[in-house]
Ligand binder design. Structure first.
Ligand SMILES: Cc1cc2nc3c(=O)[nH]c(=O)nc-3n(C[C@H](O)[C@H](O)[C@H](O)COP(=O)(O)OP(=O)(O)OC[C@H]3O[C@@H](n4cnc5c(N)ncnc54)[C@H](O)[C@@H]3O)c2cc1C
Length: 490
């Protein structure tokens, strides 16, 4: 990275600044970049390390250890546990995600307007911001045929008369032969732009608490130097928090700001199925398959999951008798998911613990919906020619034909489910209804002047599609409003 002198190693190098952005994921990186490009003096703080985008091969164990929060071992507790994953590095989860792009479905925006009184969330309010992002992140379809594992999902859906789509992605494709496509992560896009505009980035620095001192925010932080962790403080009149759906409400709770923060949390509960086909469908350079089946949306959707050997091994945990098959048979295997919108949870900080307690629960009808989604996904995979299916459910037998699906629902009971998610949101929802919402439609924290949110926490609820574009479009609209002096209603 050029502009190396702007990547700082300790907070004492910038004890005061005009604007601080906490968290460098898609929401934070975009916010910091546009503010710096508008001439503001901006410090972008990130708990995780800065890792050059090409250093670690994607979807490997090494990537999990370097870039995932707690190496990927993070769980929402409940009758059915939900293993969730977050990025913890410069660029946040944009560095580790699949790069699948969707605009927010209009019916979801309508839901947030109706249920949360969220004004200024019409399709036309966000349209210019989606259009700008599509240009800036090179969003588009694959230039060639989709991977074989992806085509299997499409073929299964087509055979059943269901609609399948190729999701667009934020990737750049190169004319030179042999050069792999590059995912447009934050460290390849908005972070270099931010530094080029004069912004300062401080990795390895976690904000522990915020306090308003007269006209300034006082940020207590812990940063890593060569002797280990050290404490310091930073001052700024304006702060944007963009730590993600779990860490943002935790920071607000530690700071005793916004009593509603973290009282609820939403996510996309996801069940996975490994499918083994008679022929090869997977390869080391496959990347992420792109097909999705929105036939049953917005209730649930199917798609293709990351299927590199380490991810297949995790997905086969519930089938220990078949784990040894992986060594020889992984080229014939790929992983798929059924994702619903059900359930509700919370984020709570605990005294003396660094990480918050995350809880999630689904009611009986939400479990039934998950069960229906799983059965339909399995039907689709059998229709695509799968010979064996391995659902991520403890004690569930392998499925060898559509006839086996009759008993599948009896295994979809909470203690057995190994639910996962990579989509968490809505822990500090946006809207003008102060009884329910932490921020207004422009991300300004109700009742707390000069404090803004710019990440997944402010979404109104599940998007039913991959959520990063929604987060970025809202963050873009909101920071531009702030830069134009958008009135602070508090
Ligand atoms: C494996 C995976 C695959 C995914 N695939 C897709 C996909 O294909 N398409 C899609 O749209 N979405 C996808 N997502 C989801 C998407 O990446 C996230 O929704 C998005 O990154 C959230 O953005 P964010 O700005 O809220 O914060 P995050 O990306 O969560 O980043 C927040 C950053 O803030 C830092 N931070 C937190 N607290 C503090 C603190 N107190 N002090 C300093 N720093 C702090 C964190 O370390 C982190 O780096 C995927 C996610 C994962 C994990």
């Amino acid at each position: 990275m050029s502009h190396e002198s702007q990547v700082l190693s300790e907070p004492t190098q910038v004890p005061r600044t005009e604007l601080v952005v906490i968290g460098s994921g898609p929401g934070g990186a975009l916010t910091a970049c546009l503010a710096a490009e508008a001439g503001r003096d901006v410090l972008l703080l990130e708990e995780g390390p800065y890792i050059a985008p090409d250093r670690t091969p994607p979807f490997t164990r090494a990537e999990m250890i370097e870039k995932y929060r707690c190496g990927g071992i993070t769980v929402a507790m409940g009758a059915a546990k939900v293993t969730y994953v977050e990025g913890c590095c410069v660029g946040g989860a944009s560095e580790i995600n699949s790069g699948l792009y969707h605009r927010t479905p209009p019916e979801i925006l309508a839901e947030w307007r109706d249920q949360l009184g969220a004004q200024h969330l019409r399709v036309e309010d966000l349209e210019p911001h989606f259009a700008a992002l599509e240009h800036e992140l090179s969003v588009g379809n694959l230039p060639g045929p989709a991977p074989l594992a992806s085509l299997k999902l499409r073929d299964g859906a087509t055979a059943l008369g269901w609609r399948a789509i190729e999701a667009q992605r934020w990737f750049q494709y190169h004319a030179e032969p042999g050069l792999p496509p590059t995912k447009q992560t934050m460290t390849r896009t908005f972070i270099p732009r931010f530094l080029a505009a004069g912004g300062k980035l401080l990795p390895n620095c976690r904000i522990d608490r915020l306090r308003r001192d007269g006209s300034q925010w006082r940020l207590s932080c812990v940063y890593l130097d060569s002797d280990g962790p050290k404490s310091s403080t930073i001052h700024a009149p304006d702060v944007f928090v963009a730590g993600g759906a779990v860490q943002t409400p935790a920071l607000l709770q530690r700071s005793r700001i916004a009593s509603r923060a973290g009282r609820r949390l939403r996510l996309h509960p996801t069940l996975k199925v490994v499918a083994r086909f008679p022929e090869q469908v997977n390869s080391l350079d496959m990347g992420v398959p792109v097909h999705q089946v929105p036939h049953f949306a917005p209730r649930y959707r199917f798609g293709c999951a990351i299927s590199s050997p380490p991810f297949l091994a995790i997905a086969l945990n519930d089938h220990p008798d078949h784990e040894h098959d992986l060594a020889n048979e992984w080229p014939r295997m790929a992983c798929y998911y059924a994702m619903t919108r059900g359930g509700s949870g919370s984020v709570r900080t605990l005294p003396y613990y660094r990480d918050p307690l995350v809880r999630y629960r689904l009611n009986t009808s939400e479990i039934a919906e998950l069960s229906e989604a799983l059965v339909q996904l399995c039907r689709c995979l059998f229709a695509a020619g799968a010979e064996t299916l391995f659902p991520t459910i403890a004690g569930c037998p392998t499925l060898r034909s559509p006839a086996d699906l009759e008993k599948l629902a009896s295994y979809v009971v909470e203690p057995r489910l190994n639910l996962t998610t990579v989509h968490l949101f809505a822990s500090c929802p946006l809207g003008e209804d102060r009884q329910q919402c932490v921020v207004d439609s422009f991300g300004r924290v109700h009742g707390v002047p000069h404090l803004h949110l710019a990440d997944a926490s402010m979404l109104g609820g599940p998007t039913s599609v991959n959520p990063q574009a929604t987060i970025m479009a809202l963050a873009r609209r909101n920071v531009l409003d702030y830069l134009q002096g958008g009135s602070d209603p508090s």
